[in-house]
Ligand binder design. Structure first.
Ligand code: ZN
Ligand code: ZN
Length: 447
């Protein structure tokens, strides 16, 4: 790190050190916005972890260590003044040195304790951010503790993890699920709903208006927490007891509703194998306690699971979590010619399977953020394009570049979740079924 005059002036201040997992790094114009998922270095090092197999100590640590969100904004070209790296990348461990309180000449950040009753933010002054190489002993200990592998549900004997995931999805396909008595008179009809959860993502596949599958259970998080709307119980309380959560990737805006509606952790989850920070590991721990946590391991090639109504793709290993998650394609008629794309935050260009599907509806990747050089498929005449984002979100999503591009590729029939949840593909939407929808959704629904 370069020594600066600013730092020398404050050497006597109360210094704190944190281990920080970079949860979100967003560059908007000249500004860099960074959110870290952090723990105190001293507190972490008090725990003695003997080995990777020392699961009881690891769980004790995960359950008891205090964690903090540290957020900062700086000029992108001044990062080198506090960091040993030109770039801060998402999903990595860093060591951050700061002093408590405000120093007018230092870089200010806010520190908020997670899950604390008093979730007030405090000011800290950042002195240094250094990258922890994965071969570094501290980084090794961190990634040993904060890992999905401790809580993953192993497949039953004689099954691979892919077969186990397939079994859960086929189970839904077959309509074997038991429905509450008052729903039985209604003919089965499936639909996909994109929900308003603020700056994040949540879609549900419903049969007789009961959720069978959630594709992400996210919402406004971090700097966009205030975009999370009130009254989301109607999304998360109305699900089948055997419902499945498919997590596109581990960015918090795709799972934060599980913190707000903890019963979601009792369900079966299908998640990609990605690097985790502190709050992500806590979620995995909660799912592992009562629910099932099936971890889809990464490979160099895309892996596919095909059932009649759903195609799931695990994208290849990639440093960026947005690019290595799970993408879903819903086939309402059980065919590839009327497909609904649910890409999470993955650009279209990463989804090879698009070549084999005719997409009639798409949830725009990454809340309408910009992927330069990434093009949507051509829109058919009858179509729907959905933007899922939070009102006045800090990232400025959806961007003009993205909405304009979709326009040029023919995606004109637009719905935005900020105006209420969106029925993406109504099947057999006869008058009676429409009535059920309108009765069930106290919230505005866009058909
Ligand atoms: Zn993401
Ligand atoms: Zn996202």
């Amino acid at each position: 790190m370069k020594e600066t005059g600013i730092l020398k002036e404050h050497v006597d201040q109360d210094i704190r050190e944190y281990y920080c997992f970079s949860e979100n790094v967003e560059r908007i114009d000249e500004k860099l916005h960074i959110t870290f998922d952090s723990i105190s270095m001293i507190e972490f090092n008090k725990f003695r972890i003997e080995s990777y197999n020392d699961i009881s100590s690891i769980i004790e640590l995960i359950d008891s260590i205090r964690s903090y969100q540290i957020s900062l904004t700086l000029n992108a070209d001044s990062l080198h003044q506090i960091s040993d790296r030109k770039k801060i990348e998402e999903g990595r461990w860093y060591k951050l040195t700061a002093s408590l309180g405000e120093e007018s000449t230092s870089l200010q950040a806010s520190l908020t304790e997670h899950s604390s009753e008093n979730s007030e933010s405090n000011s800290i002054s950042i002195r240094n951010i250094s990258f922890l190489n994965k071969n570094n002993s501290e980084a090794k200990k961190l990634s040993t503790v904060f890992s999905l592998s401790h809580f993953a549900t192993p497949p039953r004997e004689g099954f691979t993890i892919i077969e186990e995931i397939t079994n859960h999805i086929v189970h839904l396909d077959d309509g074997e699920l038991r429905f509450p008595r008052h729903f039985r008179p209604f003919r089965s009809f499936r639909s996909l709903v994109a929900h308003d959860v603020g700056q994040g993502s949540c879609n549900s596949l419903r049969d007789r208006n009961i959720t069978q599958v959630y594709f992400d259970v996210g919402g406004g998080a971090g700097r966009n927490t205030d975009t999370y709307p009130r009254g989301t119980e109607y999304i998360f309380d109305n699900h089948h007891e055997d419902a499945v959560v498919i997590l596109s990737h581990w960015d918090k805006d795709h799972w934060v509703s599980a913190e707000r509606h903890p019963h979601l952790c009792d369900l079966t989850w299908i998640v990609p194998d990605q690097a985790l920070g502190v709050s992500h590991t806590r979620l995995a721990r909660r799912i592992g306690l009562n629910g099932k946590l099936f971890v889809w391991t990464s490979h160099r090639q895309t892996q596919a699971i095909e059932t009649q109504y759903l195609s799931l793709y695990k994208l290849p290993t990639h440093r960026n979590r947005n690019y290595s998650g799970i993408v879903a394609i819903y086939k309402p008629h059980g065919r590839r010619d009327n497909s609904v794309l649910i890409p999470g935050d993955s650009p279209y260009g990463k989804v090879d399977a698009l070549a084999n599907h005719e997409v009639i509806a798409t949830i725009v990747p990454h809340h309408g953020g910009t992927f330069y050089g990434d093009n949507p498929p051509n829109a058919p005449q009858s179509h729907k394009v959905v933007y899922s984002y939070g009102r006045a979100n800090r990232e400025g999503h959806p961007t003009f570049t993205t909405t304009d591009k979709h326009h040029r590729f023919g995606w004109l029939n637009r719905r935005d979740t900020i105006y209420g949840c969106v029925l993406v593909h109504p099947i057999n939407l006869c008058r009676r079924n429409l009535l059920i929808y309108l009765l069930h959704y106290r919230h505005r629904i866009q058909i």
